[in-house]
Ligand binder design. Sequence first.
Ligand code: NDP
Length: 510
Amino acid sequence: METIAKPGVDPKELLRNLPRSGETVLMYVDGSWCEASDGATRTLVDPATGAPIARVAEGTREDAKRAIAAARKAFDAGPWSEMRAADRAALLFKVADKIEAHAQEFQYIDTLNNGKPLRETMYDVADAAGCFRYYAGLATKPHGQTFDVPAPSQTFTVREPIGVCGQIVPWNYPLLMAVWKLAPALAAGNTVILKPSELTPLSALRLASIFEELEFPRGVVNVVCGAGPIVGAELAENEQVDKIAFTGGTVTGRSIMRAAVGNLKKVTLELGGKSPNIVFADADFETAVDYALFGIYANSGQVCSAGSRLVLQESIADRFVERLAERAKKIRVGNGFDPKTEMGPIISRAHLERVEGYLEAGKAEGAQVLCGGARLEGPLAGGNFVAPTIFDRTAPSMKIVREEIFGPVLVVQRFDDEADALRIANDTIYGLAGAVFTQDVAKAHRVIRKLRAGITWINTYHPTYNEAPWGGYKQSGMGRELGTYGYDAYTEVKQINVNLDVAPSGWFEG
Ligand code: NDP
């Protein structure tokens, strides 16, 4: 395996557009840049080198409350929620233009802060601009329905914004996850408080500076940094928040749902997965190997929809895993700033140790390591690097088969026939994604319809489109993001019933 330890860019120069006080990068609340209420800060670390990259304000519950109050005021007093959709859309199109105008800056910020290779952050930035354009366009399209009801009534529906939305996003796609939440919420006329992961707030803060430049009304967008159990929990609990939208782990998702019951706020959850990638013997061999690789090692496996279980037909399994391991060993792992790098680091030391725990558990439970199986030392020792790993000869009860690892670790599960493949694929608490590789069209459709998962692929893995819904069955979440579903999730439906014959009802005689 080739490793690349090339150092990155100068963080000071790259982060020059982020408002600061002294050395502290500030948060964006109620149309102003501010420090935390208690002055606390957090030092961000480059996951590829362990070097400090910036000091950022670390928000408190007080900061979250102030942002919620600003969003509440902006929603209740208007004009944002009452503007014509076309006017909101015009601003959102400009956000997309600005993201594109600063595409390289956003790309580099996410590579610096998250560690992912430039080849990945390039797509993230393009998708982020596309997402704003998609929802700017959708805002102005028809959203209501009319109904055939008895005369003299006429009944129709309108969609209205829900109100103040708390949005909590993780570290694996710092810019894109923020945009998936901001774009539909704003297009529909809501006001928002975004909480990026405490590990990766920089691109969300740069985005906030674009909202400021474009003179979005004060309080419409707020970005509060800080720890999940503090700032995130306040957003989930606070009764002035009308909706909470969350992407992250399933355990945290459960706590968000519990916290949201106080005012029964609307909840959407995009959670984890342990997604099956089913390969039949009649699949195009090299295509299936290639996507098995891409399905698990893209973004170092830190993807909710990662194809982390390779469900492989026994008759081709030995040849398939041999080829897969041969290619996995050639993946160029290293610093994301080197254009040759194909796989970057794990997000943090703590997460690296968590992934290592799974590697040890796999070995202890008797799975066979075909490649990888350990962190990378040598020139990459300062960063959080794990070698692309494949475990074969697994058993369904193993921890590495049942739990989301969120790292570059693939487990192989072998099967004999179609029924067996489906039983293995669906044997999980999760239901986010899944794929099937076969050249038999009828079999592909039969299997995909029986997969209990919200996002599925036939003869491919991972393509994601702003136009198509994203979300999970079972414990992988509630609701959908993206597409028209993602817009609807930020609206309430109002029925309007009109009496066309204005006269007393005559129901009561007296
Ligand atoms: P979390 O689910 O804890 O973090 C995701 C977001 O939730 C972050 O912004 C985090 O804030 C916030 N958060 C954490 N705790 C709370 C809380 N009590 N109330 C409100 N918000 C909270 O993921 P981790 O980073 O801890 O990773 C743990 C595991 O979760 C991973 O190993 C992976 O399995 C899964 N995961 C899944 C993701 C997905 O896309 N489905 C994304 C990330 C993780 P902060 O980071 O600032 O603490």
